[in-house]
Design a protein around this ligand. Structure first.
Ligand code: NAD
Length: 492
């Protein structure tokens, strides 16, 4: 694979790389310095159509869909092994492109390897059913691939969130068109190259980068599109849902969050403080499931907030490739300004900044998009900083008096992705987990997931689910076959 620096990441259509119909390329930026480190093709509507055409042809003409699922599985296992062998290069590209510390990028690539292996193992397990019906008839169902599936990915975990849906779609026998975020196209293209080396037939995995409003919408509206998986903001998710409804496309949406963390007085407070730090400052808080709201029991509020402040202030900021760095920059100057805007609003709404709330301008950081790990306190519930996703290293903390109030506060936003409960009491843990209006709950844990666990949000956080054994079925259609066996009726 080409070296990360000075590389070019073009479109990948029909097994071939090209700069696209218009031949336009743009710089790919390192957010730690805001300097260009590579160039990438900017796809157009014509390129989107070419990718859909290539996928549809490959679906019809190659044996990918028809083949024994076990063979597809073996190809995906090979792809996982190739990625594992090249993991360090992928991790370095991800860090250069997105800014996160190298150890986080390494963990992301490891997660992608495990995701591929998990779905490779499920490729031959899409069984149908037999259904008893009256008379001399035989009724059964089969699970068939859908055809061309479209996957639109965000920039915060560029490869991980792309492969999270691409892997089950490929395992089920579909042909895929992937659109990475415009800011972070690099690893998707590198991954497509690797897929070809693993034996994925040309045209079965296509990558077309480009502006969402043009390229993304063209993919969703293309008549060959048979399903859409979108991971990104609520606003764009709603727009895609409207387009998908107009064309009756099956749809999976993984959208934003405003994760509540409830800390009861009997919790292991040291572990809780460290986990909250991880949950909001990892990836500089650019996570859909970030632990971005802390509600702590009034009886322990001040000492606990001191622990959280200490965790925030101890973090070492720097470029993701530097040794020992624990938090990198935000992905772009726009995201930095957006996060600072939320902090300003919190202040003008009467909230206080316990720590952070400003850019980091020390030597080596001033030219990057670094925001100091931030903890806000006493921000009113109606403030944007409490109600809306910030997508930065900004925690909003407040107190609660009892479990009822904690649950009410936790459920008070339009989001419902991941909630966390910290307590040693079994009854509190399970009753509060049951009352949280969210797709996922963790108890005495930082946000954590595995390829085998369903990942889902409710309310404005999403529709459908990803991961887990049922994810492969999302990318199949259930066909019913009823056969009249023509046997004579038995006499009464
Ligand atoms: P975004 O919505 O701006 O963009 C996501 C993708 O959609 C990009 O590839 C973009 O180019 C494309 N896009 C933009 N407009 C489009 C349109 N009109 N039609 C089709 N595609 C379009 O999101 P982002 O800024 O890249 O990512 C951050 C958001 O993603 C946050 O809100 C975060 O919570 C969410 N997210 C959710 C999950 C999850 O699993 N629930 C995971 C990660 C990120």
């Amino acid at each position: 694979m080409s070296a990360p620096a000075d590389a070019t990441y073009d479109l990948f259509i029909g097994g071939e790389e090209s700069p696209g119909a218009a031949g336009e390329r743009r710089p790919v930026i390192d957010p730690a310095t805001n300097r260009e480190f590579a160039r990438a093709a900017v796809g157009s509507v014509d390129d989107a159509r070419a990718a859909m055409e290539s996928a549809e042809r490959a679906f019809r003409e190659t044996n990918w869909a028809e083949d024994d699922g076990a063979r597809r599985g073996r190809t995906l296992f090979r792809l996982a092994a190739l990625l594992e062998a090249d993991a360090e290069t992928f991790a370095r590209i991800e860090t250069l492109n997105m800014g996160k510390p190298l150890r986080e990028s390494r963990a992301d690539v490891g997660y992608v390897v495990r995701t591929l292996e998990y779905f490779a193992g499920l490729a031959d397990k899409t069984e149908g059913e037999t259904i008893p019906v009256p008379g001399p008839r035989f009724d059964y169902t089969v699970r068939e691939p859908l055809g061309v599936t479209v996957h639109i990915a965000p920039w915060n975990y560029p490869l991980l969130l792309a492969v999270r849906s691409v892997a089950p779609a490929l395992a089920a026998g579909n042909a895929v068109v992937l659109k990475p975020a415009s800011l972070t196209p690099a690893t998707a293209v590198a991954f497509a190259r690797l897929a070809t080396s693993a034996g994925v037939p040309p045209g079965i995995l296509n990558v077309v980068s480009g502006p969402g409003a043009r390229v993304g919408e063209a993919l969703v509206e293309d008549p060959r599109c048979r399903s859409v998986t979108f991971t990104g903001s609520v606003e764009v998710g709603e727009r895609i849902a409207a387009l998908a409804a107009r064309h009756l496309r099956p749809l999976t949406l993984e959208l934003g969050g405003k994760g509540p963390v409830l800390v009861f007085p009997d919790a292991d407070l040291d572990r809780a403080a460290r986990a909250i730090g991880y949950g909001i400052f990892q990836n500089a808080g650019q996570m859909c499931w970030a632990a971005s709201r802390l509600y702590v029991h009034e009886s322990i509020r001040e000492p606990f907030l001191e622990r959280v402040r200490a965790v925030a202030e101890a973090l070492r900021l720097g470029p993701g490739l530097a040794d020992g760095v624990e938090m990198g920059p935000l992905v772009s100057p726009e995201q930095l300004d957006r996060a600072l805007g939320f902090v300003a609003d919190a202040r003008s709404d009467g909230g206080k900044v316990l720590t952070g709330g400003v850019r980091a301008t020390d030597a080596g950081l001033a030219s990057g998009n670094f925001l100091r790990p931030t903890v806000l306190v006493d921000v009113p519930e109606h403030s944007r900083a409490v109600a809306e996703e910030i997508f930065g290293p900004v925690l909003a903390a407040a107190g609660f008096r009892d479990a009822d109030e904690a649950v009410r506060l936790a459920n008070s936003t339009r989001y419902g992705l991941l909630g966390a409960v910290w307590t040693r009491d079994l009854s509190t843990a399970h009753t509060v987990a049951r009352r949280l209006d969210s797709g996922m709950v963790v108890v005495n844990e930082a946000p954590i997931t595995y390829p085998q666990s369903p990942f889902a949000g409710t309310k404005s956080s999403g529709l459908g689910f990803e991961q887990g054994r049922d994810a492969v079925r999302t990318y199949t259609r259930r066909k019913n076959v009823l056969v009249n066996l023509g046997a004579p009726k038995r006499k009464a």
